[in-house]
Design a protein around this ligand. Structure first.
Ligand code: FES
Length: 225
């Protein structure tokens, strides 16, 4: 059967959310309902719903993607095409602290690979892996848009610039011992950063996001509640 190019307008309230995602927490079911009601085409809610599903499951499980397909009226293949394209959708378990090290050209030229190696050793996880204690996930990433402050590192998407290997080791130790509930870029920059590309403006007061991202409006700040 040929799928129509555009689906008829479907109000979120007509989607049987409680039947499709009965195991989701009540707040996340409400967020899903709210998201679907914001778009005339429910498939337009695909990306925020994927973030929400990721938040609910801890990462994007096959089951989570099937649920999002059902919520949006898309096929599993269409959902997978999107979730596998964007790197902030995580298909595997993510540790409490996601450490992303930029190894693109500016950072590479200023020692980004050495920073990555220092993080891997100190965190106890290779690139793309999670440490056995579940504390760290390490990944190399493409340009973070902070080339003037290379090498750049992010922890749970909070930026630190001008990081050197010895500071990277200190960062891992600090995360392990201080165990902050929410990480703040400004704090980590002061403790472990160096040259900054420019003043990024007012500080975040609540921290940006958790290691499994679903932005503040969807209720991810500080965890998965
Ligand atoms: S190359 Fe690393 S932030 Fe641009």
């Amino acid at each position: 059967m040929t799928r129509p190019m555009t689906q008829p307008m479907t109000q979120g309230t007509t989607v049987a959310i409680d039947k499709i995602v009965p195991g989701w927490s009540a707040p996340n079911r409400e967020r899903a309902r709210w998201l679907l009601e914001r778009y005339p085409q429910r498939r337009s809610a695909l990306m925020p719903l994927l973030y929400l599903a990721q938040l609910e499951h801890g990462h994007l499980t096959d089951e989570a993607q099937r649920q999002v397909a059902e919520l949006t009226g898309l096929t599993a293949a269409q959902v997978l095409a999107v979730s596998s394209f964007y790197t902030m959708y995580k298909r595997d378990h993510v540790g409490r602290y996601l450490i992303s090290v930029c190894t693109s050209i500016s950072c590479y030229l200023l020692g980004g690979d050495d920073v990555l190696e220092a993080v891997e050793i100190q965190a106890g996880a290779h690139d793309g892996e999670t440490s056995p204690d579940g504390l760290f996930t390490v990944e190399h990433v493409e340009c973070l848009g902070a080339c003037g402050g290379a090498p750049a590192v992010q922890v749970n998407y909070e930026m630190i610039e001008g990081v050197r290997p010895e500071k990277a080791r200190g960062l891992c130790d600090w995360l392990r011992t201080a165990s902050p509930q929410v990480v703040f870029g400004d704090e980590m920059q002061a403790l472990f950063g160096g040259q900054r590309s420019f003043d990024w403006g007012p500080s975040e007061t609540e921290g940006a996001i958790a290691p499994v991202p679903a932005f503040g409006p969807y209720g991810s700040v500080g965890g998965s509640s």
